[in-house]
Design a binder for this molecule. Structure first.
Ligand SMILES: Nc1nc2c(c(=O)[nH]1)N=C([C@H](O)[C@H](O)COP(=O)(O)OP(=O)(O)OP(=O)(O)O)CN2
Ligand code: ZN
Length: 136
């Protein structure tokens, strides 16, 4: 069969990569009777989502392997830490997603062709928050 005539539609490529870490937190701004005001921990899952206007050889938005500095940051600075050491205000999933987007843009983006679109943070199997980076 000849597949050379299959048309390639115009559109945008998006990639994502999942990371995880374990950390403790509490949300002190909540009422004392709220369970999340007490110290507790989560197995956090973080997904970074990237796009690029054009693919780099051999057809990547960004080589998944080039996201290794983000994994190193999570492993050394967040894994088995208390998130209050890192974030000044209540470390909700929403704020954590925004903070991680900022760190990624500052420290990983300059060395890769892709641009960060969003960061999704999952605290539990059923709860997640996503921060969408504004158009740049
Ligand atoms: N919008 C948000 N709401 C809540 C956050 C948050 O970051 N953003 N965080 C919490 C707590 O951290 C809590 O640990 C997680 O909440 P919840 O989903 O209620 O956790 P459970 O697994 O215990 O949920 P159940 O459905 O009750 O089992 C609270 N809210
Ligand atoms: Zn929590």
């Amino acid at each position: 069969m000849d597949f050379s005539t299959v048309p390639l539609p115009s559109g945008k490529h998006t990639i994502g990569k999942l990371f995880d870490f374990e950390a403790g937190h509490r949300l002190p701004s909540l009422a004392p009777e709220h369970k999340c005001s007490r110290q507790h921990g989560h197995s956090y899952e973080v997904e970074v989502i990237l796009t690029a206007s054009e693919l780099e050889d051999p057809g990547f938005v960004t080589d998944f392997g080039d996201l290794a500095p983000f994994k190193k940051f999570l492993d050394t600075e967040l894994d088995h830490h208390n998130l209050h050491e890192i974030m000044p205000s209540d470390p909700t999933s929403e704020r954590l997603a925004q903070f991680l987007a900022g760190w990624f843009i500052q420290n990983v983006e300059p060395g890769i062709p892709g641009r960060l679109v969003a960061v999704r943070v999952r605290e539990t199997e059923r709860s997640w928050a996503r921060f969408d980076v504004a158009e740049r």
